[in-house]
Design a protein around this ligand. Sequence first.
Ligand code: ADP
Length: 445
Amino acid sequence: MFRKILIANRGEIALRIIRACKELGVKSVAVYSDVDKESLHVAFADEAVCIGPAPAKDSYRQIKNIIAAAEIAQVDAIHPGYGFLSENAEFAHICEECGFTFIGPKSEHIEMMGNKSVAKETMKKFGVPVVPGSDGPVPSVEVGLALAKKIGFPVIVKASAGGGGKGMRVAINELAFRSSFELARGEAEQAFGNGEVYIEKYIESPRHVEVQVFGDKHGHALHFFERECSIQRRHQKLLEEAPCIGIDQKLREKMGEISVKAVKSLGYWNAGTIEYLVDKHGNFYFMEMNTRIQVEHPVTEMITGYDLVQLQLKVASGEPFKIKQSDIRVLGHAIECRINAEDPETFLPSPGTITDYYAPGGVGVRIDSNVYNDYRVLPYYDSMVAKLIVSGKTRAEAIARMRRSLDEFIIQGIKTSIPLHQQIMDVKAYVDGDFGTDFIERYFS
Ligand code: ADP
């Protein structure tokens, strides 16, 4: 196991990683931008190094500053968390070149999965079902149009370098296609500096179901079952749960097996998430693979009892798995609500100072958060202030617990998405488990 690691992140995930380190007896080094000096991750880590000013591009995304901090603190390894540099293949490569173990997959795998159209082609080769669409990037609107007609409308134009729901446009007919194509390309160019797009059949009202996978450095692969992430707004997840209520045991096993096979074929190691769309007939299609720990990993931890961040450290340090697939079981049901600092009406970020904070507790309640009384939510970073995670023996018990916990949660001084989550808990279709990715559009437009 490592002696000391650096955490190249901030917020709740930095704290989450520090907690894993403490339990493993590993020293942790926090990095922070000058506006984050008072943050909990700085207070809780064993050491902390300032890496620059507030804008992430000058601090949390600045590779040379992070490497310099790792050298000063003499760490063995670097954990990237999620966001920032976590899916930057160059960063993973530089870490290894400088002698720091990257707590994540090989840089080749990050690069391969970072291009969604390459990822799709690769997965197809391994026998993973993919959404019907273009074989790789589409060079022009004319080529795209011909293909869209062949696939049949509606289609979705997606950025190869896409992420965070950006660079994605649905076209319902030929006329809409031209503008969707150009809009997606422009948005992709702007957001990712890469205007390459590809086309897929648009699956109507699917479920977003993702499988948590893990590989060790000795060729073994495991899955930790699936998460249901269909409750989204503008293709961004709001609420996640595990297991997925909409799939039966047979499909669950099949998705797990195919995912594990893909991880083995790739020779992939560390944590990964394989995202699928599941249609009404129980067909599932690969969408993308995320090569990092996900925001929503706690729901998987709550139903399996495994600490996935600790497992990341163990695998990165070269430990082989000490468990086998049959040791991993689903116990009960878990739900996570992402509490964002945002206006519930306009959904715009609502930074400011938290004047009063009280977090819910009790049986089966977990809060992953970095905020406290008088904490200032900064406009520079992600607007998520807390993850409220609950578990119960059944989904109904988890929903009742979530309702109760949302009612108990006090965050004053800023606007939050708590009221939105309270409303979701009261929608019959949600309670019945009868929903797809169009849930928010359908019930909250
Ligand atoms: P990102 O990397 O930007 O998050 P994804 O490829 O993971 O993008 O897609 C995000 C969401 O967009 C999915 O969860 C789903 O709701 C929607 N989506 C993506 N592709 C399709 C498709 N072919 N048909 C229907 N919905 C889709």
